[in-house]
Design a protein around this ligand. Structure first.
Ligand code: DGL
Length: 276
């Protein structure tokens, strides 16, 4: 018998919905665009409820399901990318249970690569307060960084600062430094050499981090790994990649209904997003 070939979905490109509480998921969209430029993609920012960092878990799960339900009905995506660590700590099983036919790709803090790369054996996980508190993150640390000193740092305002920067508002370096400083630890002969960016907003500020940080470290962004995972699940579903395809403009949905200001509108347009 000839080997079974993967199911073919015909010539249509995959439909991908990228979701975050706000604009942080744009850092993931950029990588998705690199590996799957042919995708019909839509971006959803739940700015009506942003930030998710302090939401209790049941409220978070209910909110994400409420936001996604009408969009899944309307857009009929082949895959949903939960481009938010905070949401991914809680919503992936409920999403998969609600839409079993949908590929759900979540965001996993890069604890494993950080532990593998650290020479000093001290790493930090910089995230929202919700992400650092959840078992999802603590289990990752236990499983993959058992022989490292790991500092879990819940930053209260950093995601909002990243949003402000993207809106073209000025950034106060001292405020950024106050948020990231607890991730830099020099204790017991081990100094932090690797910081896991465990909130998709933070790569938006990585140049600022590098400028204001007490010493240089490696910053790990999960976006390339998320995009690779999406690429693999789409391929499993019969969607061959077209790496050289031109990027398709796609809609951006803000749950607040607010129109983006000029600086943000430019940043969105530069990423091929147009207000829905
Ligand atoms: N971008 C989100 C994350 O990756 C969080 C921002 C927030 O809503 O607090 O965790």
């Amino acid at each position: 018998m000839p080997p079974a070939s993967p199911p073919r979905r015909g010539p249509r490109p995959p439909r991908v919905l990228v979701f975050d509480s706000g604009l942080g998921g744009l850092t993931v969209l950029g990588e998705v665009d690199r590996v799957r430029p042919e995708a019909e993609r839509a971006y959803v920012a739940d700015d009506a409820v942003f930030p998710y960092g302090d939401l209790p878990e049941p409220a978070l799960v209910a909110r994400v399901l409420d936001v996604l339900a009408p969009l899944v009905d309307r857009i009929r995506p082949d895959a949903v990318v939960v481009a938010c660590n905070t949401a991914s700590t809680a919503v992936l099983p409920p999403l998969r249970a609600r839409w079993p036919e949908l590929a759900v790709v979540g965001t996993v803090p890069a604890v494993k690569p950080a532990a593998a790369a650290s020479a000093t054996r001290r790493i930090a996980v910089l995230a929202t307060p919700g992400t650092v508190a959840r078992d999802y993150t603590r289990d990752l640390v236990r499983a993959f960084a058992g022989d490292c000193a790991v500092d879990l740092v819940g930053a209260k305002r950093l995601a909002a600062l990243a949003e402000a920067a993207l809106r073209g508002e000025g950034l106060d370096d001292a405020e950024v430094l106050a948020e990231i400083a607890p991730a830099f630890v020099d204790r017991d002969g081990r100094r932090t050499d690797t910081v896991v960016l465990a909130c998709t907003h933070y790569p938006l500020l990585v140049d600022v981090f590098a400028r204001v940080a007490p010493w240089p470290v490696a910053y790990l962004d999960p976006a390339p790994a998320i995009a690779r995972r999406l690429d693999a699940v789409l391929a499993e579903r019969g969607f061959a990649a077209a790496r050289d395809a031109p990027l398709r403009p796609g809609p951006v949905v803000f749950t607040s209904g607010r129109a983006p200001g000029p600086a943000l509108a430019r940043a969105l347009a530069a990423r091929g997003l147009v207000p829905a």
